[in-house]
Design a protein around this ligand. Structure first.
Ligand code: ATP
Ligand code: MG
Length: 374
């Protein structure tokens, strides 16, 4: 079975080399401001910035990111539906907005809907709108996302969470470009480009009967895998500097960089929260650093101790410090600490899973970690 992913699957039949050669690009840039950020986009396009896109983002130079932006550049100007696969914090929404921004739809709205948190009852009304009195709580007429996004792009985050009924309704709108508000009789038309994001492979989801196969094929005109940060090692250092500069600007500080140990820890850590986590870590460190370089004292526990655990379990005598300790309380605490670290490492720092394996609740785990941090 082919694992879905644009890297090894989509690009070959779709994009001949000649086309790629025509697309000029500036992928060598490391960190550039938003209006310069998407490579190969014509100047005319650059002038028309989409609303809400005035931040800045990082491109990176690792092979994985260059490939990513090459694909974004190619698919953005089309009307293709796009599936974005990627772990939490890899930048799915950022990429969805970027695709919108570099399409002809950039002057029309970009509307995002989080299908992961919305209730089954409400998702129909969110998508298609409703008429006053259509259900309890429908106090007035309301436009849905398909109306709001008309002419623009609709981004459906965590799309696998939509109920089967809603999936069927969605399929109809995509096929016929027509729909009715909940409780409404008038037929409305909508021209919307759809970008969806999912943590799980939608092909697996439809094979398990969780997702409609026909809808999957509608969405799957193009798919992009956003690489997790741990597979973008070459980007880690420059990404950290990118977030450092942004935070310096935000806080009016002049922190010069990271000391060697911090950079080493950054490289060893697996970043389960990906870019979001790194951004948060750097923001916290900059805040805690008065001057000079950022040191490991400003890093959160999971990063400082993750590295330590990786090193100690690689060494020949991992248990030595514990065995030599004569204070029983201390010994127990250290053993417990080591067990927690090992499990966290095993589950890629997923604290929910770690708590399960350790047979304690999440709150207890958090408290224990907090205590070690002291
Ligand atoms: N290319 C980038 N450059 C700079 N920052 C980025 C980039 N991509 C993501 N980020 C940062 O990471 C954060 C998370 O990005 P985003 O919300 O797009 O991730 P996501 O994949 O949608 O996450 P989730 O699965 O949790 O919804 C953003 O708020 C932004 O700060
Ligand atoms: Mg998201």
């Amino acid at each position: 079975m082919i694992k879905l992913g644009a890297f090894d699957y989509i690009t070959k039949p779709l994009i001949p080399d000649e086309v790629l050669n025509v697309i000029s690009n500036s992928l060598n840039q490391q960190a550039v401001s938003q209006d310069q950020a998407t490579p190969g986009i014509s100047d005319a396009n650059k002038e028309k910035q989409a609303p809400g896109m005035n931040g800045s983002f990082y491109i990176g130079t690792s092979a994985a990111t260059r490939e990513l932006y090459r694909q974004i550049e190619i698919v953005a100007p089309t009307n293709y539906s796009v599936i974005l696969y990627g772990e939490s914090g890899t930048g799915k929404e950022v990429i969805a907005k970027t695709i919108h921004q570099y399409s002809d739809r950039r002057d029309k709205p970009f509307i995002a809907m989080d299908c992961g948190t919305i209730s089954k009852e409400l998702s129909g009304s969110e998508l298609f709108g409703h008429m006053k009195g259509a259900f309890t709580g429908a106090l007035g007429d309301k436009e849905g996302h398909f109306e709001l996004a008309n002419g623009g792009t609709l981004f459906l985050d965590e799309v696998a969470n939509l109920s089967y009924d809603i999936q069927a309704a969605l399929l109809r709108v995509i096929q016929e470009r027509k729909f009715k508000r909940v409780g409404g009789t008038r037929e409305l038309s909508s021209d919307v480009r759809i970008i969806v994001a999912s943590n799980e492979n939608l092909q697996d989801a439809y094979q398990k009967g969780k997702f409609r196969e026909d809808l999957f094929h509608r969405f799957n005109e193009f798919s992009i895998n956003l690489p997790p940060l741990r597979k973008r090692r070459d980007d880690i250092e420059s990404l950290a500097h990118f977030f450092l500069e942004k935070t310096n600007a935000e806080l009016g500080k002049k922190i010069a960089g990271f000391d060697q140990q911090v950079l080493q820890l950054f490289l060893e850590y697996t970043w389960p929260g990906n870019l979001r986590e790194m951004r948060n870590v750097v923001r916290r460190s900059v805040l805690l650093t008065a001057e000079g370089l950022i040191s490991d004292h400003t890093l959160p526990f999971e990063i400082t101790h993750f590295g330590q655990s990786a090193r100690s379990s690689d060494s020949a005598h991992p248990a030595e410090p514990v065995a030599r300790d004569s204070d029983l309380k201390n010994t127990t605490a250290k053993a417990e600490y080591q067990a927690i670290i090992n499990v966290l490492k095993e589950v890629n720092n997923n604290k929910t899973k770690a708590a399960e394996i350790l047979n304690i609740d999440r709150k207890t785990l958090y408290n224990k970690i907090k205590n070690y941090e002291k």
